[in-house]
Design a protein around this ligand. Structure first.
Ligand code: SAM
Length: 275
């Protein structure tokens, strides 16, 4: 039997692998995605078909190939100032309030989880640079994490092509914070060095880290099963500051997941506070 062009065993093996390693759920209707994303991985490894790719994945010592397959099946769609309102909420209310509340510790930690190629954390860094000069001398820790080493390498380099900078980034911020690099633009070192990048798989125990005041966990829970969403939200709630803020993607919510978060509205942004 086949799932569209894909052998059912091949589909089952790949979808189980991706579910076990990253929690990403692939429905049979997504088998075209497996073909379009994994054919190039097979080719790069000198493998002719996806059935052969599965055989190679089943051999001992296939960790690197497994990682390549899992990374290829992630969706890395992102942009600067994505959805805009969360960044307005940071600027207008959340960071000014934290500056008052954390006046003694003079430390603020912000975690962009499932950060993809870094546009989200660099947006946050630019908001801080642009609007909060009073944070100079504070310990502002910006952490960005993803499970994909490939996408994190891109994020660390901070090089974006013209299409990427055209999406959401206001021209004055581009000219102020980026330098031309070949055909693209590289975010300046002073912004890049504000960010610490880490490999973190959301389905594994979180590494020891400073409790974040603000967590961005956007546009990743949509790929997971209900149970997984619930576990991840519980773990995030445990690690974040009790008076911290969580942002989810526009199509995501903690509602009906039986997790102790309260939804609050800040301007046009919805965010969540531990209860
Ligand atoms: C659609 S992007 C979201 C990027 C950014 N948060 C945003 O909203 O613009 C989803 C990201 O989640 C990452 N991802 C998928 N499964 C993950 C997991 N189990 N742990 C950590 N990151 C994961 C992918 O590698 C991808 O970069």
């Amino acid at each position: 039997m086949t799932t569209l062009g894909l052998n059912t065993n091949t589909f089952d093996f790949i979808s189980n692998l991706v579910k076990n390693k990253a929690a990403i759920m692939l429905e049979p209707s997504k088998s075209y995605l497996i073909e379009s994303r994994l054919n190039p991985v097979a080719r790069d490894n000198g493998i002719e078909t996806l059935d052969e790719l599965v055989k190679a994945l089943q051999r001992l010592g296939a960790q690197k190939l497994t990682q390549q397959v899992v990374e290829a099946m992630t969706t890395n769609e992102t942009s600067f100032f994505r959805d805009l309102h969360p960044f307005d909420a940071l600027r207008q209310q959340i960071i000014p309030d934290l500056i008052e509340k954390r006046a003694k510790e003079r430390t603020i930690t912000i975690w962009s989880n499932a950060c993809s190629s870094g546009q989200e954390i660099y947006t946050i860094a630019m908001v801080i640079q642009e609007h909060f000069p009073e944070l100079q001398g504070w310990k502002v820790k910006l952490i960005a994490s993803d499970l994909s080493t490939q996408i994190l390498d891109k994020a660390k380099q901070g090089i974006f092509n013209q299409t990427e900078v055209n999406r959401g980034l206001p021209m004055p911020l581009l000219l102020k914070n980026f330098e031309k690099k070949g055909l693209g633009w590289q975010i300046k070192e002073e912004i890049r060095k504000m960010v610490e990048f880490k490999i973190i798989n959301l389905i594994e125990p979180f590494p020891v880290m400073q409790s974040p005041d603000i967590v961005f966990l956007r546009n990743v829970l949509i790929y997971f099963a209900l149970e997984t969403k619930r576990d991840i939200l519980n773990n995030v709630r445990k690690i974040m500051k009790p008076d911290g803020f969580l942002f989810l993607g526009g199509a995501e919510t903690t509602m009906n997941l039986d997790v102790a978060f309260e939804r609050i509205q800040i301007g046009k942004a919805a965010c969540y506070k531990p209860q």
